[in-house]
Structure formats: C-alpha cells, structure tokens
Design a protein. Structure first.
Length: 125
C-alpha cells in the first residue's frame, strides 16, 4: 500500500515539477522582456535628448546602430518630416533573440538648435 501511495505521489510531483518549470520559464521570459522595455525606454529618452541638441546632424531614413555591446544592440531609424518626425527604435538581445520595438512620433519647436521636443506618441510596433 505504501508503495502505491509513494508511486502516486512521485508521479504527481513529477507532473507538478514540469508545470513549475514551464511557469518559471514563462516568468523568466516576462522579466527579461520587462527589463528590455525599461532599457529601450531609456534609450528613447537619450535619443530624444540627442535629437534636441543636434538632430540636423543625425542620419535619416537608415538604420543606425546607437548602442552595441556583447548582449544587446540598440538601433534607430529617424524619419524627419515638416510636421512630425519619428524614431523607430529597436532593442535586441543578441543571445536570446528577443526584440522590443517602439515608434516615437514627435514635433520640434521652430527655431535654432537646441530645440524643444514635444512627444505625441510612443507605442510598440
């Protein structure tokens, strides 16, 4: 009888262990994506500040590497237009392949550089 109960408990524990591994794996992925989103948002702030100071010197309509290290690559595409400009920002984990991408639409006040920047939209794409 004890052998049967022990076997049932072992099978139950084994099944529970597989589900726990799945839950831990999903949680780990969510935490990693949250950290990547925070880093990408920080990069967006840095890009907007850099644009406000010297946006006329930044490359447009081409993907430009902004930050690159052993684990992550941050890049952007700047599209300057008369009314609204936009950044497409991509932050990629080079080890796991996870990517977060943002679209940032903004306006600049007329006048000389440095300019005031007014952000109209920030969203995933």
């Amino acid at each position: 009888m004890a052998l049967i109960i022990g076997t049932i408990l072992l099978l139950f524990w084994s099944a529970l262990s597989d589900e726990m591994n799945i839950i831990v794996g999903i949680t780990h992925d969510e935490v990693a994506l949250t950290a990547m989103n925070y880093k990408a948002e920080g990069i967006i702030g840095c890009l907007l500040r850099e644009y406000s100071e010297k946006g006329d010197l930044m490359p447009t309509l081409q993907e430009t590497i902004y930050e690159n290290d052993d684990n992550y690559t941050a890049s952007y595409i700047l599209n300057r237009q008369a009314s609204n400009s936009e950044f497409k920002v991509r932050y990629r984990n080079r080890i796991t392949g996870q990517i977060v991408q943002y679209l940032v639409v903004f306006r600049e006040d007329p006048g000389p550089w440095p300019k005031n920047i007014n952000v109209d939209l920030v969203r995933f794409f």
